[in-house]
Write a protein that binds this ligand. Structure first.
Ligand SMILES: C[S@@+](CC[C@H](N)C(=O)[O-])C[C@H]1O[C@@H](n2cnc3c(N)ncnc32)[C@H](O)[C@@H]1O
Length: 307
């Protein structure tokens, strides 16, 4: 029997497994499937240089070495598409990802927008160089998206407790270096939150792990639980408050006067964390809703007490 064309096979794969695919990949459709597959296959020796028309009409030679078969078998196993292709889009850039980093989420783009507003305010207030920190940088999506947008030189640091995540962030910094002001600087540091970091910052941003390991576990999508790094997602329930108290205290002592802290968090816990932030000498603490009216972000400022 003649081998079926890759295009026909793909169409049939999608139609036959649509329900299962939508369970694993909410919102997935045939156009996205084809785009991701084509991009993935093109990077392999077998299909390198193929035009789209040539690729879709090529016969599918079914064997485990064929990148197209490899793609479909990973998809059937529920591996996130971003991990299969090794790329993810966030804000205005493409980022390399692997199972060692969280796949950057579109909801974190609002955090970038808020950071850019705050930096625009700082730019109006001072001509001095601005400094920013990103705690738990993962792929580097937040800090690199911010650096791309700011025209003036910025001194940035980004920390992570995972050395393999920092390697991915470094690669993304390398790939995006020509889009960033040449006098800006990013220092990637392996540490716990801000431990051992000297100096002060105008802005600190963080999308830390914020899911309680036990209490919140049931609501985590099985695909996320199975494939994304647990260090990026979970904190032990019993350490939760203490972990954030230490985070807020270090942020409070690392911000310049009027400096701002922006964080993404869990909608069930942010109000409680806002109270904690206030106790840790942060001021003007506010919980901000996302576009679906869910409380998802925290903003706070450093202000010296005036007696
Ligand atoms: C939710 S992910 C966010 C990744 C990235 N900033 C983003 O928004 O896509 C949290 C990150 O924090 C890192 N992390 C976890 N515990 C940490 C700690 N104690 N200190 C520094 N980074 C930590 C994880 O390795 C992970 O990269």
């Amino acid at each position: 029997m003649a081998a079926r064309a890759i295009g026909a096979f793909t169409q049939r794969f999608f139609t036959n497994r649509k329900d299962q695919l939508l369970k694993n990949y909410p919102g997935f459709n045939l156009t996205r499937l084809k785009r991701e597959l084509f991009h993935f296959a093109l990077r392999s020796n077998m299909y390198n240089g193929f035009s789209e028309a040539h690729f879709w009409s090529a016969p599918l030679l079914e064997n485990s070495q064929n990148p197209v078969c490899l793609f479909f078998s990973q998809l059937e196993n529920g591996i996130p598409v971003e991990y299969i292709t090794g790329r993810s889009y966030f804000y205005k850039s493409e980022f390399q990802v692997s199972e060692e980093v969280l796949i950057p989420r579109s909801e974190s783009e609002l955090l970038v927008e808020m950071a850019l507003n705050e930096l625009a305010n700082w730019s109006r207030k001072t001509d001095e160089g601005l400094s920013i920190a990103d705690i738990g940088t993962g792929s580097g999506a937040l800090v690199l998206s911010i650096l791309r947008e700011i025209n003036r030189p910025i001194k940035a640091i980004a920390t992570d407790i995972s050395p393999s995540a920092l390697k991915i962030a470094e690669r993304n910094f390398f790939n995006l270096r020509f889009t960033i002001n040449k006098n800006s600087d990013l220092n990637l540091i392996h540490t716990d939150r801000l431990e051992g970091i000297e100096g002060k910052f105008h802005l600190i941003i963080s999308n830390p792990p914020y899911i309680k390991e036990k209490a919140d576990r049931e609501l985590v999508h099985s695909q996320v639980n199975q494939h994304e790094p647990h260090v990026a997602l979970f904190l032990p329930d019993e350490d939760y408050s203490d972990w954030f108290r230490q985070l807020f205290e270090s942020i409070s002592s690392s911000l310049y006067e009027e400096g701002v802290f922006l964080m993404e968090g869990h909608e069930e816990h942010l109000e409680e964390l806002a109270k904690l932030a206030q106790k840790c000498a942060l001021s003007d603490v506010q919980v901000i809703n996302d576009y679906n009216e869910r409380p998802r972000y925290l903003i706070a400022r450093k202000k010296e007490w005036i007696n």
